[in-house]
Design a protein around this ligand. Structure first.
Ligand code: ADP
Ligand code: MG
Length: 489
């Protein structure tokens, strides 16, 4: 039988506010355990939650970015469950009336195709604390610093059909929330976590199959692997006559498998009811207007601009616009040299290869965007060949002279780079007299090949160009070498 997999994602985005969603305690990461949970976060008797306006503004920004309905009236509910890292015995969340209603996200796949994913809703809620099982043998430690951290939970419809679509969406939302500056995007610190709901059904069947939910995955790669594993597991169970039961599973990164954690609670289990300590949230039209006016250029708009105005391919435009820091770097370099296509090639090629190899984030690249812009200028004005440009890039990367050019302040950043081109002897040989004498020597040294060339064996031309490039250490202009050799025979 042929199976179709169906996936829906719930993304938890930690909002980048300074204080908690209902208290004034700090949200800074990495503080000593339990030093950042105040009486409100602990739910001590007599305290009252006060809603953080910044969290509301951030949620609305996200809603506007995905063209969603913004609910000007929304309600905070108590979601009741018992767990050691939830001191109040309930989590404040939004249930029937979330702040952000239905919207859409157009997911751009690497092969250039797109998927239109429906977003069900996005609601505000508070995070729970953290249970740490591997600190003290046989005991569980509880750190409540995270308690009350504002989260935006983004729920998608079950619109993904492959693990790769789901992972691409996760990546894209990661880019979007950083464009909006509503989340720091730090996956390692848990700033974005994903729950993946997975089911399979026979191809052609309308009704969805029973699903399982894989909890708390915080890496793009692991989301993809966990879903792939779970799809295979479910198909296996069904093909062996078993049934899939609604349950929550955990993904084990080391064994690369999912494991049953508990049977899934249904919403009835949580006894949701409106939190009597919080008034219904009312967003004024004027606040909404103000937020609309503060919206930055979004990745989708940037992508279209790169494709239409800068005439980059769809693939390049998607690649360069996905991450705000990459887009920023690209634009600075591109504005400096005025050559969008070459800048795109360098950012996506040499630069990105170096960033990956040395595991450096682009904001800390040892070659600054302006330096790359100058390098491309020197390629365009033929001071550098593509080979010597790479040598220069290596040198800039290794010497990390980014601060040198910064230190020059308003002086021309190209001065330092031109000096470096001089010092390293990278300047392309453009003096045709000099080239001619080099070519004469090489032709004289290879009489047999010269004979073949004279007899019309054009392939030998490449041999001679290669010899010249070798002798000049890549500093000759190949087109010019070609012309001179042709003229000589
Ligand atoms: P719950 O209340 O259990 O969290 P929801 O109805 O809110 O359930 O759905 C949670 C997520 O599960 C959503 O992202 C939704 O798209 C997804 N989902 C629902 N049904 C299925 C299914 N049969 N297969 C895969 N995903 C599903
Ligand atoms: Mg849910």
């Amino acid at each position: 039988m042929n199976w179709q997999s169906v996936i829906g994602l719930e993304l938890h985005v930690q909002l980048a506010t300074q204080s908690k969603i209902f208290s004034g305690a700090s949200t800074t990461f990495g503080a000593p355990p339990n030093s950042q949970a105040c009486a409100v976060d602990l739910g001590l008797p007599g305290v009252l939650p006060v809603l953080n306006q910044q969290a509301v503004v951030m949620a609305i920004k996200f809603g506007l970015a995905i063209g969603a309905k913004i609910n000007l009236n929304s309600i905070f509910d108590r979601k009741n469950y018992f767990y050691p890292d939830l001191p109040k015995g309930y989590q404040i969340s939004q249930f029937e009336t979330p702040i952000v209603g239905a919207g859409n996200i157009l997911v751009h796949m690497a092969d250039g195709s797109t998927r239109d994913i429906r977003i069900t809703r996005a609601h505000l809620e508070e995070d729970a604390g953290k249970s740490i099982h591997d600190l003290f043998p046989g005991q569980t430690a509880i750190d409540l610093n995270r308690t009350g951290t504002p989260l935006l939970e983004i729920v998608s419809e079950p619109d993904f059909r492959t693990a790769s679509e789901a992972a691409t969406y996760f990546r894209q939302v990661h880019g979007l929330v950083r464009y909006l500056k509503i989340c720091d995007g730090n996956l390692a610190q848990g700033s974005m976590r994903c729950d993946a709901n997975v089911s399979v059904r026979p191809v052609g069947q309308e009704a969805l199959g029973e699903r399982t939910e894989i909890k708390n995955i915080n890496s793009f790669r692991f989301v993809e692997r966990a879903i792939e594993y779970e799809i295979e597991r479910q198909i296996d169970v069904l093909e062996n006559g078993g049934i899939i039961e609604r349950e929550t599973r955990l993904y084990d990164e080391i064994k690369d498998e999912t494991r049953s954690m508990r049977s899934k609670e249904l919403s009835e289990d949580y006894r949701y009811f409106p939190d009597p300590d919080l008034l219904p949230l009312q967003v004024s039209e004027s606040l909404l207007t103000q937020i609309k006016q503060s919206m930055p250029e979004l990745p989708e708009a940037r992508r279209n601009r790169y494709h239409k105005d800068l005439e980059l391919s769809q693939y390049d435009a998607t690649w360069l616009s996905a991450d705000p820091d990459v887009a920023e770097y690209f634009e600075v370099a591109m504005k400096h040299c005025g050559n969008a296509k070459t800048t795109a090639n360098w950012v996506m090629g040499e630069l990105s290869a170096h960033l990956n190899r040395y595991d450096v984030p682009i904001e800390q690249a040892p070659v600054s965007a302006v330096q790359l812009g100058v390098l491309i200028q020197r390629l365009d004005d033929q001071t550098l060949s593509s080979k010597t440009a790479k040598t220069l890039f290596e040198a800039l990367w290794a010497n990390s002279p980014q601060s040198d050019t910064d230190a020059l302040g308003d002086s021309d950043p190209s001065t330092a780079i031109d000096a470096q081109i001089q010092t390293l002897g990278l300047k392309q040989i453009s003096n045709s007299g000099e080239l001619e004498s080099i070519i004469d020597t090489i032709l004289a040294d290879h009489p047999q090949q010269l004979e073949q060339l004279r007899n019309g064996k054009d392939k030998v031309l490449g041999f001679f160009v290669g010899q010249v490039m070798k002798l000049t250490q890549g500093k000759a202009n190949p087109a010019q070498v070609n012309d001179i050799i042709r003229a000589k025979i």
